[in-house]
Design a protein around this ligand. Structure first.
Ligand code: ADP
Ligand code: MG
Length: 272
């Protein structure tokens, strides 16, 4: 992980993990009265813990379904979603809740902001279920929203970031924006992706190629192209070899990561 200052810090707990997210043969159908629609057809895809992935594909190709499956918003029929190498097959509702609340930030195209609320309340809402006290909630929301410039999508990104999630999922975040604002939002997301996994669905190949580090194409619920596939088995084999020497003692590293976290929090608010 790189902190705001660009300095490298070893976080022992994460070093061993082969991949944060992996879809294995995911299938998902929508059954209606008249017909069955296959939304995801045997999708296998692994993500690195730090990359900016753009998902491209025509309307109806399964992009939103895939994002919702990854974020634990939608259940799948078969296959498996692995989180940190662990199967979610035995996940109960409370496990999915914890996963969504603690690790995922969502940015939706429609902004998903609840009307009749102030920007502050909107940002604050993201913290209400997480046990953060009211005073700190207000404080954190104020920091995040003051700097958002009043733009709705920026508020949505601020809201997605307020818990400092490891994974940010964005469904067509620029879909309703003009090109100037789109570029601003993409700059913001690129910054967000500096130290986490960002998966963004987009209709705009130009923006995808300009900003993302990896492009995945979907068609009819299948992956048709992946510009930079991640082979978990291969990565695990390489991780297993004792090639990397930890330059800091465990205690120093822990101290640094704690401080990093503090810095990161501040910077996340700044980013927002
Ligand atoms: P995309 O985001 O790429 O436009 P979606 O994931 O939204 O595609 O949809 C994939 C397919 O699943 C489409 O054919 C769509 O019509 C269908 N679908 C999505 N959601 C539902 C639903 N709730 N009920 C029935 N069909 C659905
Ligand atoms: Mg969609």
């Amino acid at each position: 992980n790189t902190n705001g200052g660009g300095e490298r810090v070893n976080v022992p707990a994460r070093e061993r993990l082969p991949s944060m997210l992996e879809l294995k043969g995911i299938c998902k159908r929508y059954v209606t009265q008249s017909f069955t629609q296959v939304a995801l057809d045997n999708v296998s895809l692994a993500f690195r813990d730090n990359e900016f992935v753009a998902i491209l594909g025509p309307s109806g190709s399964g992009k939103t379904t895939m994002l919702n499956v990854i974020g634990g918003l939608d259940h799948f029929d078969s296959g498996d979603l692995l989180i940190d190498g662990i199967s979610t097959k035995d996940f109960r509702d409370r496990d999915w809740d914890a996963y969504r609340n603690n690790r995922i930030g969502f940015v939706f195209q429609s902004y998903n902001l609840i009307p009749h609320q102030t920007i502050l309340e909107n940002v604050e809402l993201a913290l209400t279920l997480t046990g953060v006290g009211h005073a700190e909630r207000r404080q954190r929301a104020r920091e995040a929203s003051q700097l958002s410039g009043g733009q709705m999508q920026r508020v949505a990104i601020a809201r997605a970031l307020i818990n400092d999630p490891e994974i940010v999922l964005a469904d067509e975040p620029t879909g309703a924006l003009d090109s100037t604002t789109s570029v601003q939002v993409m700059d913001l997301l690129k910054d967000v992706a500096r130290d986490r996994l960002v998966i963004m669905v987009t209709h705009n190949p130009e923006l995808a190629y300009q900003y993302a580090t990896r492009i995945v194409n979907l068609a009819d619920g299948k992956i048709t192209d992946d510009s930079d596939p991640f082979d978990v088995a291969d990565a695990t084999r390489r991780e297993a070899k004792p090639t990397r020497k930890t330059s800091m003692s465990f205690v120093t590293a822990l101290g640094l990561s704690a401080r990093n976290l503090m810095t990161k929090k501040g910077r996340t608010a700044m980013t927002a």
